[in-house]
Design a protein around this ligand. Structure first.
Ligand code: SF4
Ligand code: SF4
Length: 369
């Protein structure tokens, strides 16, 4: 049996710190001692101020770092951002200021080791610290995700894939959401963080996980030793069936879900949480997948008034489906794999999904979910 704890919280540091200390002690205080190296893995997707609610709040990260130091452990805070300089993430995200009095390093993952995550993926390159640290504390942000519905505990470990390897993996598995979910599950399962603590105090709803999402106050911290159970608990609070979350569905198929979960604390239902609408990436016989993806699936679309032609999306797009012209960007929907990475990383919130006309008709006819 695994436990999940939910506590009410706010970013007032005087109350946040004891709440986080209590939760970490409850979940695994005995894991950390004088010799322990501890990787703290927040969500540091891109440069963004705390009020955008894209990144794990700096005070949550600070409280966890203080806890590790208090126990005599050696903390390192690290992630592999999808875009932007790490210096800017530290500054804009409020980490430089929040952590200035603590003896803790915060950095981008830079070296990798090959880790066998099991078939069909085999060995993949992951951040060295994720493999070599004694303890990992996984600190996701509670937010929506246009490709995977929600970004929670399991998805957060994808940040251990370093830099440019991320879009490569999106390209290899992004054409098939089920396969991408399986990749995320196997990465999580192999890295196996000791504790997952989700920052859901100010969450992100709508077209997350980047600047197209809309902040939503939930006032909760949700933690456990098993991120599958944590993600399941959050789904149930948000009124989402576990099998609607691709990572939980993949974990179930792989026999990794512990069905006996004990819930403790303030598990109150959240009304009207806005999630992005997902269409299945592949369905029907294989020969028609390409046709269906092109004509039926939601497409990325730019708001030309918001687009600054900054170049982040066309540099990141794993399929090289975006080209700039003088005043706007153009998509090549023949090669776009609908991974929605561009929406995730756009620093100006200029991208969103839009339904194709045939897709809309099909959905209305209830052929699509
Ligand atoms: S859509 Fe966003 S990421 Fe792409 S060029 Fe425009 S502002 Fe930059
Ligand atoms: S255009 Fe966007 S959705 Fe399409 S492949 Fe590129 S990053 Fe993915």
């Amino acid at each position: 049996m695994t436990r999940v704890i939910c506590k009410n919280g706010s970013y007032d540091y005087q109350t946040l710190k004891p709440t986080i200390f209590d939760m970490l002690t409850d979940l695994g205080g005995n894991l950390i001692n004088r010799q322990t190296s501890v990787l703290i893995k927040p969500n540091l997707l891109m440069p963004a101020k705390p009020e955008y609610c894209i990144l794990t709040h700096p005070f949550v990260v600070k409280a966890v770092a203080e806890y590790v130091l208090d126990k005599g452990g050696h903390p390192l805070i690290a992630d592999s951002p999808a875009m932007g300089s790490f210096k800017k993430i530290k500054k804009d995200g409020g980490y430089s200021e929040a952590l200035e009095d603590l003896d803790v390093d915060i950095k981008a993952f830079d070296t990798t080791v090959a880790l066998d995550i099991g078939r069909p993926f085999g060995k993949i390159e992951v951040a060295r610290e994720a493999v070599e640290s004694d303890v990992i504390i996984n600190l996701p942000k509670l937010k929506t995700h246009t490709g995977m519905l929600l970004s929670l505990g399991v998805k957060n470990l994808f940040g251990c894939i370093v830099g440019l390897k991320k879009p490569e993996w999106h390209l290899k598995s992004g054409v098939d959401r089920e396969m991408f979910a399986r990749l995320l599950v196997q990465i999580y399962h192999t890295i196996n963080p000791s504790i997952t603590l989700v920052d859901g105090i100010q969450a992100l709803q709508g077209q997350g996980p980047g600047k197209s999402g809309v902040p939503r106050h939930l006032g909760i911290l949700v933690g456990g030793r098993d991120a599958f159970a944590v993600d399941m608990a959050i789904c149930s609070m948000l009124g989402i069936k576990p099998d609607e979350l691709p990572t939980l569905e993949a974990a179930k198929k792989l026999g990794m879900l512990d069905t006996e979960v004990e819930f403790e604390g303030e598990f109150n239902a959240v009304g009207d949480f806005r999630v992005p609408m997902l269409a299945p990436l592949t369905f029907g016989p294989k020969p028609v997948h390409k046709f269906m993806r092109k004509h039926l699936l939601q497409r990325p679309e730019a708001d030309d008034l918001l687009c600054q032609l900054c170049g982040e999306c066309w540099q990141y797009c794993p399929a090289k489906a975006i080209t700039p012209n003088k005043e706007q960007i153009d998509f090549d929907f023949d090669v776009c794999i609908r991974c929605y990475c561009c929406i995730e990383i756009c620093p100006h919130g200029a991208l969103h999904t839009t339904e194709t006309l045939p897709g809309k008709i099909m959905r209305k006819l209830s052929i699509l979910k």
